[in-house]
Design a protein around this ligand. Structure first.
Ligand SMILES: [Fe+2]
Length: 196
């Protein structure tokens, strides 16, 4: 079994952010709950569309990744329970270490999907079919869930990709939800420019 790549442990700052201090704790709690949704959405959307379609053409292709989803779900369930019991306040060092381990395992899983799943999908599906998979995933999630997702995703896109994504969202979102998507995109662009 591959060892987690700890160099990708994006929560490495958790120890430094002093999550036992009240104001930072509140900010950390909000972020944890926002990411919480993304973790749950990750397994569900992939399995219901991408894995299901791939397994029809390449039987068993998703088995390893599906098993990893179950392991990650279990690990995150434990983190959620610890968070709800305020372990991040009572035992911040332990909670941060557990969070780091989860983050590293999740990143390893995402890397495997980039390296193994995506080439298989590209080999067995046309661009039109892949767009249709994405459309089905986005339609099933609906605006409220997608806005939670794009709060983070817009940061990873360049201006051209954001414009393309906003165009797709405009076609499928009600006006109010689309305005909120524009605000998230603008906030992501502003913060990215500040970092440069
Ligand atoms: Fe996955």
């Amino acid at each position: 079994m591959p060892r987690p790549n700890t160099s990708h442990a994006s929560c490495a700052g958790a120890r430094r952010c002093k999550i036992s201090v009240a104001p930072e704790r509140a900010s950390f709690a909000g972020l944890f709950q926002a990411v919480w949704y993304l973790i749950e959405a990750h397994s569900h959307t992939e399995e219901s569309v991408t894995f299901a379609e791939l397994d029809l053409r390449v039987p068993g292709a998703s088995a390893t990744l599906m098993a990893e989803h179950r392991e990650l779900d279990r690990a995150y369930e434990n983190l959620k329970r610890a968070f709800e019991a305020e372990a991040h306040v009572a035992e911040p060092e332990k909670f941060a270490a557990d969070l780091n381990r989860f983050s590293a395992a999740f990143q390893t899983h995402m890397n495997r999907e980039e390296d193994e799943l995506e080439p298989m999908v590209w080999a067995h599906f046309s661009d039109e079919e892949i767009h249709e998979h994405r459309r089905r995933i986005m339609a099933a999630d609906g605006p409220e869930k997608l806005l939670k997702y794009f709060r983070f995703v817009f940061f990873a896109l360049n201006e051209q990709q954001i414009a393309g994504m906003l165009g797709r969202l405009k076609a499928m979102f009600p006006e109010d939800a689309y305005r909120r998507a524009e605000e998230l995109a603008a906030a992501a662009s502003k913060r990215r420019h500040m970092r440069l």
